[in-house]
Design a protein around this ligand. Structure first.
Ligand code: RNT
Ligand code: ZN
Length: 421
């Protein structure tokens, strides 16, 4: 029953159910349509990039699987992104990594400039997308030691500081040209596999490097700096220089954004609980919504309890203007376009569910210490007909409802992806 008439009929009934709880579904959809999700370019080619500074993915992150059809060029990646975006309701953003630069001949990462991203920026403009950006401090011979900005080798450290500096200029140019601030994120892989002696010196060097990178003040209407913390990585199990405490402190002191990646914490820790804590002290944050399974495995985001909890915290806390929602997963074992679509649609669904909550009513119940009713209501809300609102929303936004998007991916796979050999 994915025909227009059925979807409208089902929606009308759902609308009434929500109205009984005092929830206006039209308002929820209107709000939802104003939320931009930042789609990460790196799902399309397994974090390969095009500068080919190094053949294999480095930095303690890993894309597993050999599903055919990955994008081999920037043009292919853009074509894939266009297909992906046509299957996702709303207006979104592109999150690009520095190693996706398009240069004529070799340009070192410390010599990159906005001109190497002209095609990306023009494409974003043509497609009505804002852009976000990331320095690429991995998959590079100068990152092979496992240390970049915290390296004790002054030449190596300098090189990466310069990379950080040029990335901010590139981000600012993107923000300026597209008329929306470019969140420029910094994540480094630095750390030790085994128990270190000195946990202090690398952190002091990292602080110094960051101070050098962020020395030049930038117009916040063009550029927003973010720093991303992590607990451990493959090959940095015992010690990560840029830990949560480190970057939280740095972000507060220097008024940068903090990036919380949902795969970067101990498996029993949840980002949903951190949002209201860190936003008590920070103006804005960036999320890297991912799905870790046992480790930071970067599985495709699904509509999990934690995803719903994250969306609830953003909406209940009235943080939509202060939380930048980016995605960060890379699955090479399934159709890559489907991976993007599934992950992004799940994020949007979670936000819709959160926007359909009778928040005021729930708050009053809680303030009255009525915990029986709170538990009962939270459970009942889980089976409210949000799916009917979702299908209607998709149709209204002119993208395929329910599972019908998959037909289009199958056609694209046959016509485009299968021919990439
Ligand atoms: C790695 C970080 C980082 C990367 C991307 C490619 O653990 O999450 O954000 O995944 O920048
Ligand atoms: Zn991340």
């Amino acid at each position: 029953m994915t025909g227009m008439k059925d979807i409208e009929k089902t929606y009308e009934l759902a609308k009434q159910r929500y109205a009984e709880l005092g929830v206006d579904t039209e308002k929820a959809m209107e709000k939802l349509s104003s939320i931009a999700i930042s789609l990460h370019c790196w799902q399309g080619d397994d974090v390969g990039g095009f500068d080919k500074a190094q053949e294999t993915l480095g930095g303690g992150i890993m894309a597993t699987g050999a599903y055919p059809g990955k994008a081999r060029t920037a043009d292919e990646l853009r074509t894939d992104l266009e297909k992906t975006l046509s299957l996702i309701p709303g207006k979104h953003r592109l999150n690009l990594h520095a190693m996706y630069a398009e240069t004529k001949g070799k340009v070192e990462r410390n010599e990159l400039s906005p001109e190497h991203f002209t095609t990306w920026i023009d494409w974003a403009k043509a497609n009505g997308l804002g852009m976000d950006f990331n320095g690429s401090f991995f998959s590079h011979p100068k990152a092979e030691s496992g240390f970049t900005l915290s390296s004790a080798d002054e030449q190596v450290r300098r090189f990466w500081v310069e990379h950080g500096i040029v990335c901010r200029k590139i981000g600012a140019a993107m923000g300026k040209q597209l008329g929306t601030p470019c969140v420029t994120n910094l994540w480094i892989p630095d750390g030790y596999k085994d128990v270190p002696v000195d946990r202090k010196a690398p952190r002091q060097r990292l602080k110094q490097s960051l101070d050098e990178i962020f020395a030049q003040p930038m117009d916040r209407s063009c550029l927003l700096d973010a720093v991303e913390c992590k607990l451990f990585g493959i090959g940095s199990e015992s010690y990560v220089v840029g830990s949560h405490e480190f970057y939280l402190g740095y972000a507060i002191e220097n008024k940068t954004l903090l990036c919380l990646d949902t795969g970067h914490f101990h498996p029993t820790e949840v980002v949903s609980d951190k949002i209201s804590s860190v936003l008590t002290f920070l103006d804005e944050i960036l999320l890297h919504v991912s799905r870790g399974i046992r480790w930071d495995s970067d599985h495709v985001v699904i509509l999990s309890d934690e995803l719903c909890a994250i969306a609830q915290q953003i909406v209940r806390g009235d943080y939509l203007q202060r939380v930048h929602i980016g995605l960060d997963f890379f699955d090479a074992s399934i159709n890559r376009i489907a991976a993007w679509v599934i992950g992004t649609r799940s994020m949007i669904k979670a936000l819709l569910i959160a926007l359909l909550e009778p928040v005021q009513m729930l708050r009053e119940i809680e303030l009255a210490d009525n915990y029986t009713e709170r538990l009962a209501m939270l459970e009942e809300l889980k089976t409210m007909p949000f799916g009917a609102v979702w299908d209607y929303y998709c149709t209204k936004m002119e993208v395929p409802p329910a599972q019908t998007w998959l037909d289009e991916v199958k056609v694209y796979e046959k016509d485009v992806l299968a021919k990439r050999r």
